[in-house]
Design a protein around this ligand. Structure first.
Ligand SMILES: *[C@@H]1O[C@H](CO)[C@@H](O)[C@H](O)[C@H]1NC(C)=O
Ligand SMILES: *[C@@H]1O[C@H](CO)[C@@H](O)[C@H](O)[C@H]1NC(C)=O
Length: 208
């Protein structure tokens, strides 16, 4: 009798563990803290306020064009998905000159896309589907020209949290070659795969 009870208990505990593991996988993040960005968080803390923030728009609109670069677009609500993704850095301020100088340090860098990105302060999961936001200032490096046309990543949803971009500016190195002659077509930005629907259009459509 006793060994049977023991085995039954063991079996039950394994089942419970397996069940918990499955639930954990389905719920996504564990609500642990995520790194904070250095950009301003609009009030109220909503995607709508973020997308309509005067402060974010004005930072983008008044940013100087780095010397040796040509401005390609200004203050868009999307990030670039060009060819030749070369990574990004998070900046302490919306500093186009600093972003460009970090591009110049990389031999194949031809262009930069700088923008504010709304990110969750916690690892989003079923227990925290829509946590408060933090604003990253991203400086993304590209091995190909950034244009208004390829700046079409309007964001994605993570549970109920909306990751969106604002104040997105693009600059191309003046000596950059034309679009032809690049063999880096296969590369793409991580997260581009998560772009399912034009979120911005959706958000704007449901607002008065
Ligand atoms: C532009 O690209 C050229 C060639 O890759 C590079 O030498 C230069 O540092 C880049 N930056 C500027 C501002 O010209
Ligand atoms: C965004 O632009 C890139 C580059 O032009 C293109 O490959 C991609 O299909 C576009 N994505 C959407 C959703 O329009």
């Amino acid at each position: 009798m006793r060994p049977f009870c023991f085995l039954a208990l063991l079996g039950a505990s394994v089942l419970v563990r397996a069940h918990k593991f499955d639930l954990g996988k389905r719920s996504g993040g564990d609500c642990s803290a995520m790194p904070k960005g250095k950009g301003p968080v609009p009030s109220p803390d909503s995607p709508y306020a973020f997308l309509n923030s005067e402060e974010l728009a004005s930072a983008a609109n008044k940013a100087p064009t780095p010397s040796g670069y040509k401005q390609s677009f200004k203050n868009l609500h999307a990030s670039t998905t060009a060819n030749g993704y070369l990574g990004y850095v998070a900046l302490d301020s919306y500093d186009t000159t600093l972003c460009a100088s970090k591009c110049d340090e990389q031999e194949s860098c031809q262009a930069i896309n700088i923008f504010f990105e709304r990110n969750p302060t916690l690892q989003v999961g079923s227990e925290c589907p829509n946590p408060p936001s933090t604003t990253y200032i991203k400086c993304v490096f590209w091995g190909d020209l950034v244009t208004k046309d390829n700046t079409n990543n309007t964001g994605y949803t993570n549970n109920a949290f909306l990751v969106v971009a604002a104040g997105s500016n693009g600059y191309n190195n003046q000596t950059a070659k034309g679009v032809e002659g690049f063999a880096s077509k296969g590369l793409s930005t991580p997260g581009a795969a998560l772009l399912v629907v034009p979120l911005l259009a959706m958000i704007l459509a449901i607002l008065p």
